[in-house]
Design a protein around this ligand. Structure first.
Ligand code: PEP
Ligand code: MN
Length: 346
């Protein structure tokens, strides 16, 4: 349940509610809004009586949350969460493009890619230093050296860095270099890792597990948020189905479905979602049309030489064209929304 405090509630009122919750074996998650404070009751709730909470001073109302996920639900927070990173706002209405190679391969490669992303209007640089590969014989990433190369690219281009963390014990190391920590599809239900990134104060990009339901996806986000980190960016990256013509099936349904029940922003990754370079462009535009807050795109100066995910990686010409189309599409979409806003269909 969620306790909505009145606008006039004092610090003591808030503390009293938090103490009451703690005394009844649950945890209070305090969220300070611009106007009022909202307190989520999380954990074991059986001893917390809603009727009793409602009588405490400063409490305006107590709302039961019907969903298994609480803090990430729209019932808990009505307004969209916006995550500002280096001047861009994820969830702020303008699609954000995170682009870069699947893996950091060398200093030269990441620097070249970073310039390519920047010059074509990408907003953040991605690149894996620790790679979760299906085969133990495939390239596993450069590890800490890869993080240092990413740092170098950030210093040179000013682009902020998104990179994956594979294990809870590496969270402090990766957080030293990364501006956004990525949790990969294979780790979406690694609860210890989720709790670890929940305890840092950096944005987390949470990718959907390849066979995760929407509820499971949001429960993983709930793990992060219940530890105190509210900066979560969801990412749809395709799910396993029976199809064999693409690597995964990009589930664009999930974008508006997430928006209706959660306040968190959601990106779409058509690179892993399709596994096919030729499908990135149409699926990127499709993702924006259904309301995605941005895209995650794999790019490389020489895609055919990429050490991982070469088949789904765009080269400079295709990336340039994609960015151009995205900009046109966004301008068209804004205009369309303004026109609809003035009609009976708004
Ligand atoms: C990646 O982003 O390169 C990656 C490994 O993605 P996923 O976890 O979605 O497979
Ligand atoms: Mn990849």
């Amino acid at each position: 349940m969620v306790v909505v405090m009145s606008i006039a509630a004092s610090r003591e009122d808030i503390d009293r509610v938090a103490t009451f919750i703690a005394e009844h074996d649950a945890r209070a998650h305090i969220s300070q809004g611009e106007e009022r404070t909202i307190i989520g009751v999380i954990g074991y709730q059986h001893r917390v009586q809603r009727e009793h909470l409602a009588t405490l001073p400063g409490v305006e109302k107590v709302i039961p949350i019907s969903k298994p996920f609480k803090l990430v639900s729209r019932e808990f927070k009505k307004d969209n969460t916006i995550i500002p990173i280096n001047g861009v706002k994820i969830g702020g209405g303008i699609p954000v493009v995170i682009a870069g190679p699947c893996s950091v391969e060398s200093e030269k490669q990441i620097l070249e890619t970073a310039y390519m992303v920047k010059e074509n209007g990408g907003h953040l640089l991605r690149g894996g230093a620790f790679k979760p590969r299906s085969s133990p014989y495939s390239f596993q990433g450069l590890g800490k050296q890869g993080l240092k190369f990413l740092q170098r690219a950030r210093e040179e281009t000013g682009l902020y860095i998104v990179t994956e963390v594979l294990e809870a014990m590496y969270v402090p190391l990766v957080a030293e270099y990364a501006d956004v920590l990525q949790i990969g599809a294979r780790n979406m239900q690694n609860y210890e890792l989720l709790k670890s990134v929940g305890r840092i104060q950096k944005p987390v990009l949470l990718k959907r597990g390849m066979s995760a339901t929407l509820t499971e996806f949001l429960m993983s986000a709930e793990y992060i948020m219940s530890e105190g980190n509210n900066q979560i960016i969801l990412c749809e990256r395709g799910i396993r189905t029976f199809v064999e013509y693409t690597r995964n099936t990009l589930d664009l349904n999930v974008v508006p479905a997430v928006k209706s029940i959660s306040h968190l922003p959601i990106l779409v990754d058509p690179s892993h979602g399709t596994g096919r370079r030729d499908l990135i462009e149409p699926l990127s535009l499709g993702a924006l049309a259904v309301g995605a807050d941005g895209l995650l795109i794999e790019v490389h100066p020489r895609p055919e030489e990429a050490l991982s995910d070469a088949d789904q990686t765009l080269g400079e010409a295709a990336f340039k064209r994609l960015m151009h189309l995205i900009n046109h599409f966004t301008a068209w979409q804004e205009n369309y929304q303004q026109q609809v806003a003035g009609t009976a269909f708004a």
